[in-house]
Design a protein around this ligand. Structure first.
Ligand code: ADP
Ligand code: MG
Length: 241
């Protein structure tokens, strides 16, 4: 589903250049549920932004669902994003003056789906998230967990192949975090590939693979049976991963 080969990325501000990703090789199969861990500044968001075609890379290659993602115009990048990727953010990124249903329907508005059809579909996805009764409420009237479930419904409505989530539980309490992870797990079981960035060992332990970044390189890649044990050990050692 995703293949990165030798990805390098630097940020240049004035005379200074910061080499953030240093030759990242990463392959993710269709249907995987992966967490990306690493201390602050290790390049997690930069990596996720490149995967989400929100930012470009300097050298290397990126293939997403058999499409070569190179230097793209913004129009082409947006077309790939709309077709293939759903985004979930720590701060939900809902539009404050639109109700839950309109927020979920928004991607279809950009795809020029008519209002009736997009609202009907939005209701279907809200219903799947157990939020049908909240369709006409504004984000300010909803809890953090409800807002994140709306953001997940919005990410799903355009039937993406991949969900990219940057610290999706970072603004939620433990109980709500687990509920959101349970939803993501179900979404993954429906066949959608999921990548989440997280700081939290218990959240990473709920995925099937941990990719740990350190200073812009992949320091560790922990798979399947080892994930829970690794997260537990790292937590016990208070290791910042
Ligand atoms: P993480 O998400 O792991 O905390 P980031 O990918 O956000 O790390 O950032 C990695 C490094 O790149 C940090 O040192 C950060 O300050 C720097 N950085 C991130 N985005 C930019 C940018 N747009 N311009 C300049 N430097 C940036
Ligand atoms: Mg970050």
């Amino acid at each position: 589903m995703i293949t990165l080969t030798g990805i390098n990325k630097s940020y240049t501000t004035g005379a200074n250049s910061l080499h953030v990703l240093k030759g990242i090789d990463l392959h993710i199969e269709e249907g995987e549920f992966v967490s990306i861990m690493g201390s602050s500044g290790s390049g997690k968001s930069t990596l996720l932004n490149i995967l989400g075609i929100l930012d470009s890379y300097d050298t290397g290659s990126y293939t997403l669902d058999d499409h070569v993602i190179g230097k793209l115009s913004e129009t082409k990048a947006a077309a790939y994003r709309n077709k293939l990727i759903g985004f979930v953010f720590q701060s939900f990124n809902l539009i404050s003056f639109k109700n839950a249903m309109e927020n979920v329907a928004l991607p279809l508005y950009y795809q020029k789906v008519n209002r009736k059809k997009r609202n009907d579909l939005a209701m279907e996805y809200l219903d799947k998230m157990g939020l049908a009764d909240w369709a006409h409420h504004l984000p300010s009237e909803l809890s953090g967990g409800q807002k994140q479930r709306i953001a997940i419904a919005r990410a799903l409505i355009s039937q993406p192949k991949v969900i990219l989530a940057d610290e999706p539980t970072g603004a939620l309490d433990t109980q709500t975090s687990y509920e959101v992870m349970e939803i993501l797990k179900q979404v993954n079981q429906s066949g959608i590939t999921i990548l989440i960035v997280t700081h939290e060992h218990d959240i990473a332990a709920m995925t099937n693979r941990i990719v740990r970044l350190r200073d812009g390189v992949i320091a560790e890649n922990i798979v399947n049976g080892q994930v829970k044990e690794y997260a537990k050990r790292a937590f016990a050692a208070q290791q910042i991963i």
